[in-house]
Design a protein. Sequence first.
Length: 91
Amino acid sequence: MNSFEILKNAVIPELEVLKDKIAANIHSEGKNASGKTIESMQVLETDKGAKLIGRSFFGVLETGRKPGKRPPYENIYQWTLDKPVKAKPIP
């Protein structure tokens, strides 16, 4: 086994641990609505090593969104359907 294979075999389990930690954070912070983001996360072996992939915005759940751009309203609307949101009356 060459050094690249050894490193790849060491990285893949760490990416699995990272995936589990991100999923746990999403659950513990109450950010899980439909479960699709957690389901989308997967560790892929590549010709250059390995990577953790998922829905395009799963990183935003961990680090937040950068200022300057509006979030896509379709995603917010779907979130309100997936996660019961109760509106409070305006006094």
